[in-house]
Design a protein around this ligand. Structure first.
Ligand SMILES: Cc1ncc(COP(=O)(O)O)c(C=O)c1O
Length: 399
C-alpha cells in the first residue's frame, strides 16, 4: 500500500504571520488592538463590504449578528428560520442569542435550505432567516431575499464555510443584512479560533463592537477598539465611568492580536489558496460524476462559484453498502473524512426539548445518515485528488 495521506483540514501560518507574531509578543500588547482592526479592514475589502467586525468564533459571529436585532425591536423568543441540516453551531447560535430556531428541511442536491419550504414556516414571531452556504455552495439567495422583503424579515447569512463564494455575480456575505464567517482551523481563512461579521451598515458594526465587548456603551477607539494613545474623553463625564456603562446584554467575544496576525497572513495567501481549492474541486467534480448513483455530491449551477470548504459525498439511496463501510475503506487508505452533520432538530439530542420527531426533516435526516465530507484544501495536490478517485473506484468495483 502506498503512503499517500489525505488529511481533512489544514492550517497555514505564513512567514509574514510568524514575523508579526514575534513582533506582537515582543510588544507585550496582545489583546484586541491595531492588528485586529487591520484584519477587519482587509477582510471587509476582500468580501466587498463597508465593515467587518472580528470576534472569537464563527458561532459568536452568528450569535452577535442576531443579537444586533434587539436594537431594532426584536423580542426574546422571536423566531429565526434556519436549515435543519448544518453544523450544530447554527442552531446553537440562535439559542445563544435568545431566539427560537425554526428548522426547515434542506435540498438533497444543494445541501442548503429548501427555499420553497421557507414561507410555510413564517409566523407572526418570525424575525429573520439565517441561510447557511454549506460547503461553500451559496443558498438560493434571490428567493430568500424576496421572501424577506415580502415579510419584512432580516437576513443573516451563515457564511462560516463560504469565503470566496459568489452567487449570481455577488459575493456571498454581501447579500443579506449581515454575514457571519468562521475562521476556525481548516476554514478557508483561519485565525486558529475566530469569527467575523461583514455588513454594509456602519450602525450594525457599531452595535457589534459593543456586543463583543460586554455591551459597552461607548464606541470610541479606547473603549471598544483598544487603540489610540488617549483614554476615553467621555470616560468620567457626569460622574459615570463610561467604560463601565453597558447598554445591551453583551458577550465577551473579542479577537486577540495573535489571532489577527495569523489571519492577516492568510489573507495575503488567499488568492493562491482559493485558486488551489477551486482547481481541486473541479478535478474532483469531473471524475466524481462517474460514481452516480452509488455516490452523489452537490450540483454546481452556472450562476454560482463555490469557495470550496470541503467535498461532500452522499451514499446513494439504493447503494449496496453503508456509509460506515465506505468511511472505513477511506480511513484504512489514509483518507480522512467527517460526517456531513445532522438534522439538528431530530438527530442532535440538544434540540430534543423542541419535541420534533424523526421523519419531520427527511432530507436532512437522510444526509445525516448518509453524508460525509473530505478535504479539498490548498495543501492537497492533484496527486492526492486522483488517489481519492482511485480508492473510490477500487471500493465500487466489488459493489
Ligand atoms: C455552518 C457553520 N456555522 C457556524 C460554525 C461555527 O464556527 P466556529 O467553529 O468558528 O465557532 C461552523 C463551524 O465550522 C459552521 O460550519
Amino acid at each position: 500500500m502506498n503512503n499517500i495521506k489525505v488529511p481533512f483540514g489544514t492550517m497555514t501560518v505564513t512567514d509574514e504571520a510568524k514575523r508579526l507574531l514575534n513582533e506582537i509578543i515582543g510588544s507585550g500588547f496582545l489583546s484586541s488592538g491595531k492588528y485586529v482592526r487591520q484584519f477587519e479592514k482587509e477582510f471587509a475589502r476582500l468580501i466587498g463590504t463597508k465593515e467587518a467586525v472580528a470576534v472569537s468564533s464563527g458561532t459568536d459571529a452568528d450569535t452577535l449578528a442576531l443579537a444586533v436585532l434587539y436594537d431594532y425591536g426584536a423580542k426574546r423568543g422571536d423566531e429565526v428560520i434556519v436549515p435543519a441540516l448544518s453544523f450544530v453551531a447554527t442552531g446553537n447560535a440562535v439559542l445563544h442569542a435568545g431566539f427560537t430556531p425554526i428548522f426547515v428541511d434542506v435540498e438533497l442536491d444543494s445541501l442548503n435550505i429548501d427555499p420553497d419550504k421557507i414561507e410555510a414556516a413564517i409566523t407572526e414571531r418570525t424575525l429573520a432567516i439565517m441561510p447557511v452556504h454549506l460547503m461553500g455552495k451559496p443558498a438560493e439567495m434571490d428567493k430568500i431575499m424576496a421572501l424577506a422583503k415580502k415579510h419584512d424579515l432580516y437576513v443573516v447569512e451563515d457564511a462560516a464555510e463560504a469565503h470566496g463564494s459568489v452567487y449570481k455575480g455577488k459575493n456571498v456575505g454581501t447579500i443579506g443584512d449581515m454575514a457571519a464567517y468562521s475562521l476556525y482551523v481548516a476554514h478557508m481563512i483561519s485565525t486558529v479560533e475566530g469569527g467575523i461579521i461583514t455588513t454594509d451598515d456602519p450602525e450594525y458594526a457599531e452595535i457589534l463592537r459593543s456586543l463583543r465587548s460586554h455591551g459597552r456603551s461607548c464606541n470610541c477607539n479606547s473603549c471598544v477598539l483598544n487603540m489610540g494613545d488617549k483614554s476615553c474623553e467621555k470616560r468620567f463625564r457626569n460622574s459615570l465611568d463610561m467604560r463601565f456603562v453597558f447598554e445591551r446584554v453583551g458577550y465577551s467575544s473579542k479577537m486577540n492580536e495573535l489571532e489577527a496576525a495569523i489571519g492577516l497572513g492568510n489573507i495575503k495567501a488567499w488568492p493562491e489558496h482559493l485558486g488551489k481549492r477551486k482547481a481541486n474541486l473541479q478535478r474532483m467534480m469531473d471524475k466524481f460524476a462517474a460514481f452516480a448513483p452509488h455516490l452523489l455530491t452537490f450540483r454546481i449551477e452556472s450562476y454560482e462559484e463555490i469557495g470550496p470548504h470541503a467535498f461532500p459525498i452522499i451514499i446513494g439511496k439504493d447503494a449496496s453498502f453503508s456509509r460506515d463501510e465506505f468511511v472505513d475503506h477511506l480511513q484504512e487508505r489514509g483518507i480522512d473524512s467527517r460526517n456531513l452533520f445532522l438534522s439538528m432538530p431530530t438527530q442532535c439530542p440538544g434540540f430534543a426539548y423542541l419535541g420534533k420527531k424523526i421523519g419531520e426533516f427527511p432530507v436532512a435526516e437522510h444526509l445525516g445518515n448518509n453524508g460525509l465530507h473530505i478535504g479539498i484544501h490548498q495543501d492537497l495536490g492533484f496527486e492526492q485528488i486522483d488517489y481519492v478517485i482511485e480508492v473510490i473506484e477500487e471500493f465500487l468495483k466489488n459493489k
